[in-house]
Design a protein around this ligand. Structure first.
Ligand code: NAD
Length: 509
């Protein structure tokens, strides 16, 4: 029998602190929630649901700090990001331990979560060129036009449980490096690793009030969405909550980006590299226990690839289900008992609605972690578009398989799905890939890549039902989101210049 390893324990961080005006403080609320290790049910700490006064104080601190922060030279802001990236790099393993303990993902995946966020911080270090405006001389006689990108003011971010490092790092570094101040509301399910990153930001020299943190749930989120001093809201999470946030904050005149749920398909063509493809499908469907917004949910097998299904199942059977900190774990636990119950219920619905259950992860046993929220890799074959396992985001290690005869049918199927976060195609044909990328109506496309998350020089570009708001997180779009473009048309007169006549017509130049 394999040895059981002691899960890592956060030491100092047993209650998640608020950060208001540069001070890490204990909330005065009476409403607390436990932070639980999903593999063991061990309580790691407590998170407060901040009071309205505390949220208002955080926003007021951000509003006050904006007055001077917006005038801080861009090189000074950039240098803080340089320092922050260095601090994150040197603390990466320590944060990954806590992240794995509170979220459940494997240590390697926890490091990846931080690494992907770190890349956004690295990109923020080039804000000097990213935030540049444009200038054109001589739009008319003696007239020049130029644009500048000015910070908006106080911005807020609301983040989900599945990437407690990467997603907060999509938001606050880009917002503050552009000259805004920020109020972050991390996921209440796993806020400890997020707080470690926030502490590093303060160590990097971010001034009091520029970055603030409040914890909580709906009440705190709704207050952020309706507060008059907040100019923009970045949300990442489920479709139901994201739609609510988009509507509420929009009604209150805020700029909003809302990145939401997904149902990601991968199309497998008969000319695909079989081994590479099946390995990629298994990794993308079951890695992080399927709790990635870009996780593979639906494999669309074209033509003869229907005969590959048994090999796919055999590969999935080799995955090790275990606690995230155990060596060689492939699939960790789900975030909560509630999440597990939901996934189990959806698997049950698949059976009830007539899908063929090829691999059933419901009765998986994990020695030493019998209380963990584990579901093993689960595969359904012959799924149709009427089934709940096709229509709902499962957010667990469940892959559904569908069959079509042609690429065109695959494209039609995917384009009819309301969600549009990510999609993949496996083929060895350039022309098939080109047809696919041109005709598929999904925001992020992978060609022989199952999880096509763009690097931070680009932006995260989920589309259709997976996103509300025009501009995505990080990259150039984040700079546009967190700034107001102002266009200036100017003319300077010589002191002795003869005045032109009054002109009451539109100047057509
Ligand atoms: P969630 O919607 O439950 O929670 C997200 C945030 O909203 C949390 O901070 C939470 O405290 C808050 N919240 C929860 N209920 C609320 C309510 N009723 N009113 C206001 N705020 C509320 O999402 P989650 O379960 O933490 O994360 C998983 C979801 O996030 C999945 O649907 C996944 O696809 C999605 N996600 C999307 C992306 C993307 O970029 N599209 C990235 C990561 C995760």
């Amino acid at each position: 029998m394999n040895a059981i390893h002691q899960p890592p324990q956060p030491t100092e961080l047993t209650t998640a602190k608020l950060l208001i005006n540069g001070e890490f403080t204990e909330s005065k609320t009476s409403h607390w929630q436990e932070i639980i290790n999903p593999a063991t049910q061990q309580v790691l700490g407590k998170v407060p649901f901040a009071t309205a006064d505390e949220v208002n104080a955080a926003i007021a601190a951000a509003q006050q700090a904006f007055k001077s922060w917006r005038h801080t030279p861009i090189q000074a802001r950039m240098r803080m990001m340089l320092k922050l990236q260095e601090l994150i790099r040197s603390n990466l393993k320590r944060i990954a331990q806590v992240l794995s303990a509170e979220q459940g993902k494997t240590l390697a995946d926890a490091e990846g979560d931080i690494q992907r966020g770190l890349e956004v911080v690295e990109h923020a270090c080039s804000i000097g060129t990213l935030q540049m405006g444009e200038y054109i001389q001589g739009v008319a006689q003696g007239i020049d036009t130029y644009s500048i990108h000015q910070p908006l003011g106080v911005c807020a971010g609301i983040t989900p449980f599945n990437f407690p490092a990467m997603i907060p790092l999509w938001m606050f570094p880009m917002a503050i490096v552009c000259g805004n101040t920020f109020v972050l509301k991390p996921s209440e399910q796993d806020p400890l690793s997020t707080m470690m990153l926030v502490e590093l930001a303060m160590q990097a020299g971010v001034p009091a009030g520029v970055l603030n943190v409040v914890h909580g749930g709906k009440e705190v989120v709704d207050l952020l969405c309706t507060h008059q001093d907040i100019k923009a809201i970045s949300f990442v999470g489920s479709t139901a909550v994201g739609t609510h946030v988009y509507n509420l904050a929009g009604q209150h005149g805020k700029r909003v980006q809302s990145m939401m749920g997904a149902k990601n398909h991968v199309v497998v063509m008969p000319d695909a590299h079989k081994e590479q493809t099946l390995n990629a499908l298994v990794g993308a469907a079951f890695g992080a226990a399927g709790q990635r917004c870009m996780a593979l949910s639906v494999a669309v097998m074209v033509g003869e690839t229907k005969h590959w299904v048994n090999d796919l199942v055999d590969k999935a059977k080799t995955l090790q289900v275990n606690a995230g900190h155990e060596p060689n774990t492939d699939v960790g636990p789900l975030i909560s008992q509630r999440a597990k119950a939901r996934v189990m219920e959806l698997i049950h619905s698949g059976v009830e609605q007539g899908a063929e259950l090829l691999l059933d992860g419901r009765n998986v046993e994990v020695k030493g972690y019998e209380q963990g929220n584990f579901v093993g890799p689960t595969i359904f074959n012959h799924v149709d578009t009427q089934m709940r396992i096709y229509n709902e985001e499962i957010f667990g290690p469940v892959l559904v398989i569908m069959h079509v005869d042609t690429l065109e049918q695959a494209i039609q199927l995917i384009n009819a799905n309301p969600l549009g976060n990510g999609v993949g195609l496996f083929t060895q044909s350039g022309s098939t890939a080109r047809t696919f990328q041109n005709n598929i109506d999904v925001g992020q496309v992978g060609i022989n890549i199952p999880i096509p998350v763009p690097v931070p020089f680009f932006s995260f570009t989920g589309s259709r039902g997976s996103k509300l708001g025009d501009l995505g997180p990080y990259g150039k779009q984040a700079v546009q989101f967190y700034t107001q473009t102002k266009t200036i048309t100017s003319r300077w007169f010589e002191d002795d210049q003869e005045a032109s006549a009054v002109n009451t017509t539109i100047d057509l130049r």
